[in-house]
Design a protein around this ligand. Sequence first.
Ligand code: QAP
Ligand code: CO
Length: 168
Amino acid sequence: MAILTILEFPDPRLRTQAKSVEAVDSRIRQLVDDMFETMYAAPGIGLAATQVNVHERVVVMDLSDEQNAPMVFINPEVEIIGEEKQDYQEGCLSVPGFYETVERPSNIRVKALDRDGTPFVLEPDGLLAVCIQHELDHLDGKLFVDYLTPLKRQRIRQKLEKLHRKQA
Ligand code: QAP
Ligand code: CO
């Protein structure tokens, strides 16, 4: 297993559209394992392959406090199944230190493949529904800061660019 480097906003590679996984084979399972190790070490609750510069449609998540409830979504598809929306204070491992409120549909249906390539369907609500939509956005090159005002996004970009210059 390996801890992978997490790309940070405004890295243009985070804007890449990820490709569908053709076969859930040992290479993909290795990626899944490395993504879990990377997410747990951070620590975080969700990570998309895009964030570790792998542009394939793979997401890992674990919403538990004990890091004992791993979830894998390969080629996830989300369908909105209601009018209701919810506000959630979102964060992101690719936007460290910033948390802002984002409004998203409350009720969704998710279809995906698991770690063995077996299809499953879920109708999550609450944080799980928020997190899946946030991670699916990553696979399409989208970040939660895209839902903020241009002024807020600009401020976050400037602060992170300054931090990155100091780290360089
Ligand atoms: C996505 O985010 C998410 O700023 C997962 O300094 C978050 O795991 C979806 C993290 C909230 C919905 C709601 C963020 C770690 C982790 C930071 C994460 C940080 C260290 C974020
Ligand atoms: Co994120």
